[in-house]
Design a protein around this ligand. Structure first.
Ligand SMILES: C[S@@+](CC[C@H](N)C(=O)[O-])C[C@H]1O[C@@H](n2cnc3c(N)ncnc32)[C@H](O)[C@@H]1O
Length: 124
């Protein structure tokens, strides 16, 4: 989508000087090819809304939570559905769940598509 490619991500990692600490894995966010509790921090930016159906988006949030380690954090930025992601995380038992508006710098084309940031923690 929009020309996103692994090579572009690799170049970004090199530009930031972190390529030696980055492993790129491609998969469907509704069924991540990684084990439970793999990451201390899970981030997503303007991605989950691309899943057209609500069940699929709920599944992606559930997967994000599954791969978060106990005590780990999630930061999920998206427009339209951020409050729903927060509800799903609360239902899964996440703590410190909050949604905040990221303001005009994160407008997706204009003020009609503001972006919300969902933050949460998995209990330790
Ligand atoms: C608008 S781009 C955002 C990319 C990046 N996070 C950013 O902020 O530049 C949305 C991305 O979601 C990816 N995507 C859409 N559906 C997906 C799915 N089911 N599983 C994994 N990635 C998906 C697309 O390939 C695309 O790279």
């Amino acid at each position: 989508m929009s020309g996103n490619a692994e090579e572009v991500t690799r170049r970004n990692a090199e530009a930031e000087g972190v390529a030696g600490r980055v492993e790129l894995v491609t998969g469907d966010m509704r069924s991540l090819p990684v084990e439970d509790a793999s990451f201390d921090l899970v981030v997503s930016s303007l991605a989950v809304h691309n899943i057209p159906d609500a069940d699929g988006r709920d599944g992606a949030i559930t997967e994000a939570y599954r791969v978060t380690a106990p005590g780990g954090r999630l930061l999920l930025a998206d427009f339209r559905h951020a409050p729903r992601y927060a509800d799903v995380l609360r239902g899964l038992g996440a703590q410190e769940v909050a949604v905040r508006d990221l303001g005009w710098r994160f407008w997706y084309g204009g003020p009609w598509f503001g972006t919300g940031m969902v933050t949460a923690r998995k209990p330790g």
